[in-house]
Write a protein that binds this ligand. Structure first.
Ligand code: ADP
Ligand code: MG
Length: 393
């Protein structure tokens, strides 16, 4: 987080780095997943929206064929020859400080497989007001802002889906984080007061009006600031269970199983595998139901689906925590339309869809309940569905 706007901070950082003004500013937002958890790697459906917090890249060109990046997180610039990117990623990525693998990895992904001889050298200064590690995908924001800037200045002519794919490749191969494509798609495609209904198999994305503004609704985020040590192992175990379930059912991915197939699945599987499968299959259905319900009946009608999603993650997928369960329960008691944990689980954040007028009382009630339970103070704030990646100046 910076004291000034991220645009001003990126410009100031750029000027300090290059002793010149940038040629342009590009930005991309973080995201929140409204519904559709652990469905992405099962080729299923997700429904995230881009948030107001953004990462800004100030970019200038250089006379040589080098790329230099600097961030307000770490004011020591990292510099590499464009022609060396292919040798660095993925095999020698450990030679690059971790944060710089995101922007340099995006440059590598964009240039790989094409003749890089035309690409001009660049300086990039990066600043952000997306909280890091709160489950709001500051990683997709830095990737999306960098990809948008380089796409323009290198004249690559790539569309938003291709830029999202470059961001994902950077995160998977240059950083080494095995994530799906939801975050990057949300950051690239977001619109004000709209969500992105994404088919993770085809990458077909539909922009769906949320109507939260008109209905006077806010999305409250409760960052529990708890991250459990078994998160990585737990994630791997859940992925393995999903693959096992799909293999038992004889399908390529759990996406190919419908709710009506669950009784047969229950006969074929052990209880734990079955419950993991049931979460994914019912969650895919809830995402589709949420989109249809929004269109037919408006945002106040989706609360039950959010609540059911949370119960499924708590009871079947077993990835919630006492802190997340408490946040969800108190938000509902305070009058939320619906609430659920969001993100990979084992800690992180919960969201609640709530009347704007109830935000202060709900915030206070959650803070008090956490104090009573002896939990650390959560970070509670609202997010607004916002526009995706863009050139700002
Ligand atoms: P998140 O849930 O916020 O996406 P990740 O672990 O996926 O958490 O990504 C966070 C990492 O992304 C940071 O630790 C840092 O390496 C990198 N990052 C994100 N934003 C910035 C930024 N503005 N400047 C430098 N690095 C950043
Ligand atoms: Mg991330």
């Amino acid at each position: 987080m910076t004291d000034t706007t991220p645009a001003a901070a990126a410009c100031a950082l750029f000027t300090a780095l290059a002793a010149a003004d940038p040629v342009g500013l590009w930005s991309a937002p973080g995201r929140v997943n409204l519904i559709g958890e652990h469905t992405d790697y099962n080729d299923g459906f997700v429904f995230p929206f881009a948030i107001g917090g953004r990462t800004v890249v100030a970019l200038g060109t250089r006379d040589d064929r080098r790329i230099r990046v600097v961030s307000t997180f770490d004011e020591v610039p990292v510099e590499v020859a464009l022609d060396d990117l292919d040798a660095l990623f993925p095999d020698r990525r450990d030679e690059i400080v971790e944060w710089a693998r995101y922007p340099l990895g995006v440059a590598w992904a964009l240039l790989s497989g094409r003749d890089a001889a035309d690409a001009v050298g660049v300086d990039l200064a990066i600043a952000s007001d997306v909280p890091v590690g709160a489950g709001l995908s500051s990683s997709a924001a830095i990737e999306g802002a960098t990809a948008s800037a380089l796409n323009d200045v290198w004249g690559l002519g790539l569309d938003r889906v291709a830029l999202a794919q470059a961001g994902r490749r950077a995160e998977n191969e240059a950083v080494g984080a095995p994530t799906g494509i939801m975050d990057q798609m949300a950051s690239m495609l977001g619109r004000a007061d709209a969500g992105i209904f994404l088919d993770c198999r085809s990458l077909d994305a539909e922009i769906v009006e949320l109507g939260f503004d008109t209905a006077g609704l806010d999305v409250l985020v409760v960052d529990t600031r708890v991250s459990h040590a078994h998160a990585t192992g737990g994630y791997g175990e859940r992925r393995a269970a999903c693959e096992r379930g799909a293999a038992i059912m004889g399908v390529g991915a759990l996406r190919d199983i419908a709710v009506g197939d669950l009784p047969r699945a229950q006969e074929l599987m052990d209880d734990v595998t079955f419950r993991r499968v049931r979460h994914v299959v019912t969650e895919n259905q809830r995402v589709r139901d949420a989109v249809r319900t929004l269109r037919e009946d408006g945002p106040r009608a989706i609360g039950g689906l959010l609540d059911a999603s949370h119960a499924s993650m708590r009871d079947d997928f077993e990835i919630s925590t006492p802190e997340l369960d408490l946040a969800v329960a108190v938000a509902r008691d305070a009058g939320a339309i619906g609430a659920r944990m969001t993100g990979g689980g084992f800690g992180g954040s919960a969201i609640a869809l709530i009347d704007r007028a109830l935000v202060p009382a709900t915030t206070a009630a959650i803070a008090a309940a956490f104090a009573d339970a002896g939990y650390g103070a959560p970070h509670i704030f609202t997010v607004h569905p916002s526009q995706g990646a863009r050139r700002d100046a």
